[in-house]
Design a binder for this molecule. Structure first.
Ligand code: MLT
Length: 410
């Protein structure tokens, strides 16, 4: 009999959002008349912006005749989209269109990029954290089964707790890779320019690589918060950045994102070796081998997001989601709880009353109010006793959820 990759056996049985969907489905089957309000997974609810729809229709029509038909596209993405990305999002930051790799979404890129690193690379991640960072490294064998405290062995955890304003401290031991997500999923926290600079300086000093997940940058409302890590001097030598169209433009179903891999980012060929390789070439090699590109029609849709009209339409979508996040924030503040997020991020992170187990809270909130959130423990041990809600529902449902919350006894 063949043998499985035993690393997978170190993971919990279900991915976080699959487990939530399972529990919600069980509840819904038992309570078919109960209207559920789903503010758990960060999935968008508004339709795609009109300019995106027009671009899709046009690109589909092009496929109907020989002149416009496209087969395999460039694995790195079409130049029209890479150039639009750079002009819109990275102007003046020294990023070239050739350093952009279009993909089917940030989740795949973030999950896959660790493949470029040594099997024994040390990984640091903030805690709580988007589960893909830890899980993908467990799959690759860089971390073992969770210990009694719920920490995958071998990973360097950087706790982000309420008493520290949800800001991580620099690691005490040197990591090869540091995962940073800002604005943060799940806490909704942000790093100022000064705070992010400390991380870039640290990575330069330690010769570590930062995986910077900027999937939520378009939700930033305050002025001193960097949208890209490349706003910090020297970041091109130490950081890869991941971006997504999912939340900013409603592409969770359409699928498109990109990784920025600067040519200046080089790593050693082996520990102690003076030979070096640029990650740009390695990622190109990986993508050309394992990925055949994001569909042409989707890339045309993404291009429309960068047009003046697309930008206006996306800004309106984001403003609506942020109004929801504000309602959720106010709803939990009114309950007297400590709350983070909802200002520069669509997520609201709530510290539950002392001693409350976040999965029990999830189950009780669902049972008593029909509201679906996400238990903080699902994002890592420091998420215990916390709960996440998203602003991605529709406005009426979000208002109704906050009405239902008023009578919920904590
Ligand atoms: C979340 O709810 O954390 C996100 O929707 C997950 C994702 O983007 O994959």
């Amino acid at each position: 009999m063949s043998v499985v990759n035993a690393c997978y056996l170190n993971l919990p049985g279900n991915y976080l959002f699959s487990e939530i969907a399972r529990r919600v489905n069980v509840y819904a089957a038992d309570n078919p008349s109960r209207k559920l309000i789903r503010l758990g997974i960060g999935d968008v609810t508004s339709p795609l912006p009109p300019s995106v729809i027009r671009a899709l229709h046009k690109a589909v029509d092009e496929q109907a005749d020989a002149a416009g038909f496209r087969g395999y596209g460039p694995e790195q993405g079409y130049a029209f989209l890479r150039e639009a990305v750079v002009a819109d999002a990275f102007a003046g930051l020294g990023i070239d269109a050739d350093e952009i790799f279009i993909s089917d979404g940030a989740k795949s890129d973030i999950g896959n990029f660790q493949e470029l690193f040594a099997a024994d690379a040390r990984i640091a991640l903030t805690d709580p954290v988007y589960p893909v960072y830890a899980d993908s490294n467990v799959m690759a064998g860089r971390a073992g089964a969770p210990d009694a405290d719920g920490r995958f062995t071998g990973l360097i955890y950087l706790p982000c707790t309420a008493d520290k304003g949800f800001i991580p401290e620099l690691p005490r031991e040197r990591p090869d890779i540091i995962y940073l997500c800002y604005p943060n999923n799940p806490t909704g926290g942000v790093l100022t320019r000064t705070e992010l600079k400390q991380w870039v300086d640290y990575a330069r000093e330690q010769q570590s690589v930062i995986f910077f997940d900027a999937a939520y940058e378009s939700f930033i409302s305050e002025s001193d918060i960097p949208h890209s890590i490349y706003e910090i001097e020297g970041a091109r030598e130490v950081a890869v950045e991941f971006r997504s169209y999912s939340k900013k433009a409603g592409f969770t179903g359409l699928r498109c994102g990109f990784a920025v891999v600067p040519r200046a980012l080089v790593c050693r060929n082996a520990r102690g070796s003076s030979g070096k390789t640029a990650l740009h070439g390695l990622w190109m090699r990986r993508q050309t081998t394992k990925f055949n590109g994001c569909p042409y029609i989707v890339q045309r849709a993404a291009e429309a997001v960068h047009s003046p009209e697309g930008k206006r339409e996306c800004a309106a979508l984001i403003a609506a989601y942020m109004r929801n996040a504000g309602l959720i924030r106010d709803g939990f503040l009114r309950k007297g709880l400590t709350v983070s997020g909802g200002v520069n991020a669509p997520y609201v992170w709530v510290r539950l009353p002392d001693g409350t187990d976040s999965w029990e809270f999830f189950d009780r909130l669902l049972r008593e109010t029909g509201i679906v959130g996400t238990p903080g423990a699902g994002f890592g041990p420091s998420g215990r006793g916390c709960f996440r809600m998203t602003g991605f529902g529709n406005a009426a449902d979000t208002r109704e959820a906050m009405e239902r919350l008023k009578t919920f006894v904590l």
